[in-house]
Design a protein around this ligand. Structure first.
Ligand code: HC1
Ligand code: SF4
Length: 574
């Protein structure tokens, strides 16, 4: 411990802390911009580039950045002096002097951290009109938009992409005033090896990186009387969307979502959880098949599209490792435009499938050539949780006070196994529940495989199923995934099955979720809510979903059979 004096109060703080950490511990607020503590990964973006957190230290000629400066014995700090406050205001004014001031129509309006800082620091005028950057926006991808003119060089996206995700797409382009963060040579994002995980978007403080906004396409479809518009909602959305309406993180809002979607005018209100149960039918069968027929092991889950892009780009020699199952979002599109169309006597051409996903990569996934070549089995429009929240706001929907309702029949039933898809560890737990009963022929009484749960970046567990010990690995965050993949490549993997999700926490931490600013407590609350929803379900194993049983009886035939192969499985390309 060291003795310091902070804003006139003497105290002891841990040796090695930064001034900012000391301030946080004693409840003194110092504003920050570039600083980002990715607590769950033990990674801190500490570039000290924005100078928004400067404080005065007695005996020092200049103000010092509190995020990078460590405390020492006898240090006397003032974060509330005129000089310190003025220094912070100056830093923000300088950032604003060359920032585009189109706040009213900016995609980050009211969610921008620079705008919030200007408000917090009471900035009412920007005395200088600085030179502006004038770069083209990068609209090349289906997932994200890059606007270099709004980049404040905080480097948060770079840390996320390079250190957490190990994708190494982003770095400083150009020098000095001309600089911004982008891919090498400022190539189009679509031409880079970007996975579209959207984690850079999740941590960008301004609108330099945002999601592609598809909301107008949804409104247009809803306004088109020729179209029968069905919607699916992903597992993780239901435990996060409430945050956009000041509900506590982890509020479970499944019933309110169904009501809101009906009010917005959707003709069919359905659940991706339904097709997550369907995925388990196929994936558990595939796993058992691979185990019993000396197939390629380990088998890796394939429902996370950023993860799929990652292994296609970075591990092209391992394309036979992932399951061939399409993701639940894409399986939903395939069933909506075939089985549902048949049952409802609709022309698939007139059905528009909308997905509400916590994820930016789901937008790109829905446009993959092999998943769109048959227009009668695809997803048409993908929006994120955030876009959905904004749509409800513009429609004047009082979300927190909506009554609950159920999803529609045919593709609306789900089990607890599908709900847990939304968190890291959930997909493999769901598959294990089904594989256990199918392999042993016995009823699984305790469905809670708690050893597979948690938020550790890499987890492993052994589950005994009959006379077999099933070795399971789990990774979330692509940097963690890379470690397991390197082991497989080196022939050292001990696992039979591995679940990988690209985003920290799994889909609950997706790049399209309400901004959580790296706060792992929010992720924890969302995760708790997922397991709570699972616990409350009448059925908790995918193969007990009665609508899924009927779907196989009436339409698909056997799991992993020919029709299922044609509609529900895919392939990967390097
Ligand atoms: Fe996910 Fe999935 S769990 S990938 O995280 O397998 O996005 O929520 O919809 O498809 O079900 C996302 C979530 C989601 C799919 C499912
Ligand atoms: Fe990197 Fe993911 Fe952002 Fe692409 S979307 S630049 S992979 S963090």
């Amino acid at each position: 411990m060291v003795n310091i004096e902070f804003n006139g109060t003497k105290m002891q703080v841990e040796k090695g802390s930064t001034i900012l950490e000391a301030a946080n511990k004693i409840g003194v607020h110092i504003p920050t911009l570039c600083h980002l503590n990715l607590e769950g990964f033990g990674i801190v973006n500490q570039v000290a580039s924005c100078r928004v957190c400067v404080v005065e230290v007695e005996g020092r000629p200049t103000l010092v950045p509190s995020c990078a400066e460590k405390v020492y014995e006898g240090m006397v700090i003032h974060s509330d002096s005129f000089r310190a406050m003025n220094g912070r205001r100056m830093a923000v004014k300088l950032l604003l002097s060359n920032h585009p001031k189109d706040c009213l129509s900016c995609p980050k309006n009211l969610e921008c951290e620079l705008q919030a800082l200007a408000q917090e620091l009471g900035i009412r005028e920007i005395p200088w009109e600085g030179e502006r950057l004038d770069y083209e926006k990068d609209n090349s991808s289906f997932s994200l938009v890059k606007d270099p003119n709004k980049c404040v060089m905080c480097r948060r996206c770079e840390t996320m992409c390079n250190e957490v995700q190990t994708c190494n797409i982003l770095s400083a382009v150009n020098r000095g005033f001309e600089s911004f963060v982008g891919p090498a040579f400022n190539m189009d994002m679509a031409d880079s090896s970007c996975t579209f995980c959207g984690q850079c978007v999740a941590v960008c403080p301004t609108a330099a990186l945002t999601e592609v906004d598809n909301t107008r396409h949804v409104w247009n479809a809803l306004a088109n009387p020729e179209k029968h518009v069905v919607v699916q909602i992903a597992p993780a959305v239901r435990v996060a969307i409430g945050e956009m309406f000041d509900m506590a993180p982890g509020s479970i809002t499944t019933g309110k979502i169904a009501t809101a979607l009906r009010r917005m005018g959707f003709d069919g209100v359905f659940d991706t959880d339904f097709s997550a149960d369907l995925t388990i039918m196929e994936e558990a069968t595939e796993l058992i098949h691979r185990i019993q027929h000396n197939g390629t092991l380990p088998m890796l889950t394939s429902c996370c599209p950023a993860w799929v892009k990652f292994f296609e780009h970075q591990f092209p020699d391992l394309l036979d490792i992932p399951s061939t199952c399409k993701s639940p979002q894409i399986m939903f599109g395939a069933i909506a435009k075939t089985y549902y169309a048949e049952k409802k006597n609709l022309d698939p051409q007139n059905i528009t499938v909308v997905s509400i996903m916590p994820c930016l990569a789901k937008k790109a996934e829905s446009k993959r050539p092999e998943l769109t070549k048959d227009e009668n089995s695809n997803v048409d429009i993908v929006i994120t949780t955030r876009e959905f929240g904004r749509m409800m706001k513009s429609a004047g929907i009082d979300f927190p006070n909506l009554e609950d309702s159920d999803f529609d029949k045919l593709m609306g039933e789900s089990t607890g196994a599908s709900v847990i898809f939304g968190t890291t560890g959930g997909v493999i737990e769901a598959a294990t529940r089904t594989a256990y009963e199918w392999i042993t022929g016995e009823e699984l009484e305790n469905v809670d495989f708690v050893q597979l749960r948690g938020l550790e970046g890499i987890r492993e567990a052994t589950v005994t199923i009959g006379d077999m010990d099933l070795h399971i690995g789990i990774a979330h965050g692509l940097g963690n995934a890379r470690k397991l993949l390197d082991e497989i490549r080196a022939g050292k993997s001990k696992f039979h099955a591995i679940e990988i999700m690209a985003c920290p926490g799994g889909c609950i931490g997706g790049g399209g979720q309400p901004y959580h600013h790296g706060d792992m407590n929010i992720i924890r609350e969302r995760q708790k809510a997922i397991y709570e929803e699972d616990k409350g379900k009448k059925r908790r194993k995918s193969h007990e979903n009665e609508e899924i049983i009927k779907l196989y009886e009436e339409f698909l035939g056997e799991p992993y059979g020919q029709k299922a192969h044609d509609l529900l499985h895919t392939h990967y390309e390097a």
